[in-house]
Design a protein around this ligand. Structure first.
Ligand code: AHR
Length: 653
């Protein structure tokens, strides 16, 4: 009798759980959850994603960026064949006031030394960002501005050469024929592969001429855009299928001192009219990768643009961490604030306004009459929450809300996951009913494992979270897997966490200011970190409905983390299973609540030993492996040590 009773109870429990699954609708979560954070740190822009091959193309480098820099940095004056001349940096008649420096070449004598085998003349040589990388059979587009300062026609030779000048890789000639600044264009066809080419511009006739904005791009940029992006790096980002891209920073956005704030208007229009400036990370930013290029790239890869603008205050670390004699946080004087608020509003008009509007017309004339469909705007970046900040933030927030109520403003709550700025920032968010705020934290991997319940207790109907910068300190498997575990908790809390982006994104070898980054590169090679692979596996497998109780383990185990989401556009069910321990472990999967699933599913597994990592010279030590898996209503899955597994199941609908 007792046995029959127990059997009945067990059956009841069984049916209840099946019913619960069948009636389960899923929780709506953000459809913009995983995106990218881009900041020009570690030479991520110039010398990195921005495909320009010439360094200091506009002769604007200066000692405020690095003490030894000047307008001729990365250029060398040359006079082969015993030619005679001189070079000067001048400022009295520039192409545009934003671009004050240019050079003047004065060629007195073009030598014809008998034994000299190369071309003779007077000119300059640029070695790019640690060499110019070129490929055999590829074309390189050279543009430059020149102005004739002497009477006779001027012949110029441009070439890509070996550093010693002994071998010419590609060459072309043209004539300069205008006494006014004029843009010249030529193509160089490379016949070799080299990662250390130099660009040489040589005046080969007696003359005097001015030169500026000497620029060299590979013809093959991402989507062949002029003034475009390095195709291999951009493609890596596209492959992640990010829902948004945040730019231009980070601390770079609010800047190193008030005069160093990133002002978006200086970064649009023809490149020769953009304003270069030092960035907070201690080097020059050409602004060649400016707001137009950021927005265009977002559109090209189907990501929503998320520009972050200063809240009228500069970085509280101004001068502190990075240089001596800084200012700390400073605020724009109140009498400059209405102009500044207008600058923020103008950005929205520039991005979305009709071509008949003042700023919409500028977008159209740059080649994009259609709206960029801006939905989000960030105001402030982990600022110290002072009364000055609060007052200015509120002015901007109110003005945007009034003029553009459809725009979602993202506020900021300091640089850490807790503490004074965090508390004060959240108070402002609650008081002003800011739609979303930006949380930042860089912590050790254990923090991510032990804080997976952080957002479970957040208010569901108030201000949402954009986890705008996060990473565990390191690029080993253990770091990436800890982040993966945490990311399952972001999905579970996708009704509160609207967006999240790992930071920083890029780091160029030998030009790095921040140690833990997602993608390392040099001029030819790329190293994808374990963190990149984890981000990609989440980002390319996002859903907008979250289901509880689909995956379970025996007992409580904080080294295991799971999530189940559905992408309602495709109806695919996506399971993510994380094992942050050295032992392989088992999980039970119950799909009986879903109908019409196709049993043959895609499986991607990323695993390795805790301390494995990839390097530029050995980038394939740990990579995800894809295969297929046959799923059924209920089945067991074995999670390898230190692993993230993604199972993507299609349905018959
Ligand atoms: O991601 C690197 C830096 O970390 C960002 O610029 C800043 O916002 C944060 O402190």
């Amino acid at each position: 009798m007792k046995i029959i009773k127990l059997y009945t109870v067990l059956m009841l429990i069984f049916f209840i759980s099946i019913n619960a699954q069948q009636n389960y609708n899923g929780k709506k979560i953000s459809s913009d959850l995983f995106g990218l954070f881009f900041e020009d740190i570690n030479y991520a822009a110039d010398g990195g994603l921005y495909a320009e091959l010439v360094q200091n193309r506009s002769f604007e480098y200066n000692p405020t960026e690095q003490k030894i820099w000047n307008p001729l940095s990365f250029w060398e004056y040359i006079c082969p064949g015993f030619s005679i001349g001189r070079i000067n940096v001048e400022t009295n008649s520039p192409i545009h006031p934003n671009n004050p420096h240019y050079i003047v070449l004065d060629v007195e004598h073009v030598g014809h030394e008998k034994n000299y085998k190369g071309e003779s003349g007077v000119g300059i040589k640029n070695s790019g960002f640690a060499g110019i990388a070129i490929k055999s059979g590829e074309k390189y587009n050279l543009t430059m501005f020149a102005r004739q300062l002497s009477k006779d026609p001027i012949s110029l030779s441009v070439s890509l050469q070996s550093p010693s000048g002994k071998t010419i890789y590609a060459e072309n000639n043209f004539a300069v024929s205008s006494g006014k600044w004029k843009k010249y264009f030529t193509t160089l066809n490379s016949t070799v592969n080299s990662d250390s080419a130099v660009l040489v511009i040589l005046a080969t006739t007696k003359c005097k001429l001015a030169l500026d904005v000497i620029s060299l791009f590979p013809e093959k940029t991402f989507k062949n855009r002029p003034n475009g992006l390095r195709a291999d790096l951009a493609q890596l980002l596209a492959d992640m299928k990010p829902k948004f891209i945040r730019f231009p920073g980070g601390c770079l956005a609010h800047g190193d001192g008030l005069g160093n704030m990133y002002r978006w208007k200086n970064t649009i229009g023809p490149i020769e009219e953009r304003k270069e400036q030092r960035n907070i990370w201690g080097y020059n930013q050409t602004a060649g990768l400016g707001y137009y290029e950021y927005f265009q790239f977002c559109e090209d890869i189907g990501a929503k643009p998320l520009p972050v603008l200063p809240a009228g205050v500069c970085c509280q670390n101004s001068g502190g961490t990075w240089r001596i004699g800084g200012t700390g946080q400073k605020a724009l004087p109140m009498n400059e604030m209405s102009e500044y608020v207008k600058e923020v509003l103008d950005l929205i008009e520039w991005a979305n306004g009709p071509v008949t509007s003042k700023w919409g017309a500028k977008r159209a004339s740059a080649g994009h009459p259609k709206s960029f469909n801006l939905q989000y705007i960030g105001i402030g970046n982990e600022d110290k929450i002072t009364p000055e900040f609060e007052e200015r933030f509120k002015m901007i927030f109110d003005a945007v809300k009034k003029k553009y109520p459809e725009i979602i403003v993202i506020g900021t709550v300091g640089p850490f996951h807790s503490g004074d700025d965090f508390e004060k920032g959240w108070k402002i968010a609650n008081d002003l009913k800011i739609p979303i705020v930006d949380e930042h934290y860089y912590v050790n991997p254990d923090w991510f494992l032990s804080n997976q319940n952080r957002y479970d207790s957040y208010k569901r109907n108030g201000t949402k979270v954009y986890l705008g910068e996060y990473a565990s300190w390191g690029n080993k498997i253990r770091n990436a897997i800890a982040e993966a575990a945490y990311m399952t908790s972001l999905e579970r809390n996708g009704d509160v966490v609207s967006m999240a982006s790992y930071a920083p994104l890029f780091a160029k070898k030998d030009f790095t200011q921040w140690k833990t980054d997602m993608i390392f590169f040099d001029n030819t090679k790329i190293c994808l970190t374990p963190n990149y692979y984890v981000q990609k596996m989440f980002s390319a497998n996002q859903g907008d409905l979250y289901f509880d109780n689909v995956i379970s383990a025996n007992g409580k185990d904080s080294t295991l983390a799971f999530s189940c989401v559905q992408d309602t556009k495709t109806s695919d069910i996506i399971l993510k299973l994380v094992n942050a321990s050295v032992k392989s472990k088992k999980a039970k999967i119950d799909l009986t609540g879903f109908s019409n699933l196709i049993p043959d599913a895609e499986l991607t597994v990323f695993s390795g030993s805790a301390n494995s990592e990839n390097t530029l010279d050995n980038p394939q030590i740990v990579v995800p492996v894809s295969s297929s898996i046959r799923v059924s209503g209920k089945f067991e899955y074995s999670l390898p040590e230190w692993s993230l597994s993604v199972i993507r199941i299609k349905s018959k609908n």
